[in-house]
Design a protein around this ligand. Structure first.
Ligand code: BTN
Length: 225
């Protein structure tokens, strides 16, 4: 697997995007010890101390629809790490509910099969971590190189599963800490509350609220109870 290992960069997402424009092959990885402008979903920053987290991006050139890719990546991460639960769509939470890892899927617009997807993963490995986050080393001994190898291997398995959507949904549900819970969701269209009931076939979250049942395609979930 072709990779670039950097001491520091703005964001491995930007670095890999540039490399993709120069023709990086599928599977190319950019890993950095420190990011000065790491970013998360929905415009949030991703902050991690130098060397404390595993922060990397992986290039995909999909040939099948990728609606379920975010969930598939969450499943891969959970399988590789071996503990914790998934908060929709793809945060990995520690057993006590603090955030262990976040996933960012950036695709050039272009329908269900985008030309290029830059997948970013940030996994807190060692303290210090931001408030409300957890480090994996609090729960198990970690070797970052082994962890990375394990994650890349699981990503490959789940990527192949994209052609078998039921598998991805089934695995995701098994690891879910979202379904059955009261949730508050910040969506691009505003804030809503309700009970997370299920996943739709396209990976949307089905939420029951006072207004009826809604499918949420994108948003930021807080678990209430
Ligand atoms: C989230 O929790 O909202 C997603 C966080 C994704 C962070 C990773 S770290 C490696 C890659 N580079 C970035 O700038 N972001 C992702």
């Amino acid at each position: 697997q072709p990779y670039r290992y950097l001491g520091h960069t703005t964001s491995t997402q930007d670095e890999l995007r540039r490399w993709a424009e120069e023709g990086a092959p599928e599977g190319a990885v950019v890993l950095a010890e420190r990011q000065t402008a790491g970013r998360g979903r929905m415009g949030r920053p991703w902050v991690s101390a130098p060397g404390a987290s595993l922060t990397f991006s992986l290039l995909l050139r999909p040939r099948v629809p990728v609606a379920l890719l975010p969930l598939a990546v969450g499943v891969a991460l959970r399988e590789a790490v071996g503990l914790g639960g998934l908060k929709w769509p793809n945060d990995l939470l520690a057993p006590d509910g603090r955030k262990l890892a976040g996933i960012l899927v950036e695709a050039k617009a272009g329908g269900p099969v985008p030309g290029v997807v830059v997948l970013g993963i940030g996994l807190n490995v060692l303290p210090p971590v931001p408030p409300a986050a957890a480090a994996l080393s609090e729960f198990m001994p970690v070797n970052r190189a082994d962890l990375l190898a394990g994650i890349l291997e699981e990503l490959e398995n789940q990527y192949e599963n994209l052609s078998k959507p039921e598998r991805i949904l089934e695995h995701w549900k098994k690891y879910s800490v979202t379904l059955g819970k009261e949730v508050s969701i910040r969506t691009p269209r505003g804030e809503m509350q309700g009970r997370a009931l299920d996943l739709a076939e396209d990976g949307a979250l089905v939420v029951e609220s006072q207004g009826g049942t809604e499918r949420i395609a994108a948003g930021d979930v807080s678990l209430i109870g």
